[in-house]
Design a protein. Sequence first.
Length: 187
Amino acid sequence: MSDASHSHEEEAHEGPIKTPKQLITTIVFSFVVPVFAIVLLATFVTTDKRPAAGSDGLGAEATAKRIAPVGKVEVKDASNPATLKTGEQVYTAQCSGCHGAGALGAPKFGDADAWGPRITQGYEVLLTSALKGKNSMSAQGGGDYSDVEIGRAVVYMANKAGATFAEPQAGAAPAAAPAAEAAASAP
């Protein structure tokens, strides 16, 4: 009876490795797998040249962004007609939002009835209203467009509604426009 109980104890204490081939495989994998993992980790850490968080602050690109000017100054040559926008371009960019739809009481583009009383007041009154603002229309002078360009937009809108204003020329003072208006409206 003691032999039967002794063999039962040996089976209970056996490990998962039963053959020499299993032993060699276990030893090889116990050394190879960690070495392989260490090599992969070392390769990952050393080959990728990623900067650490926040370390690009002294780079040339980051410095250029920090010292870039906040605004830009654009100087237009008002005496060069090639650099000035046409009345249609200024109308499309600046005026069409309200005058295209007749918003806030603005006379609609091309509506002769709405523009008629304004046209009879003359070019200077229309230009002054456009430059300084009137009712719900904000002042346009001093913005993205020169006074000559705003004058061209005024002439473009008024002429589409039946006026015969002459387009202001570059270098001509706005005060010269009434003379051009009188010459244009003379039969």
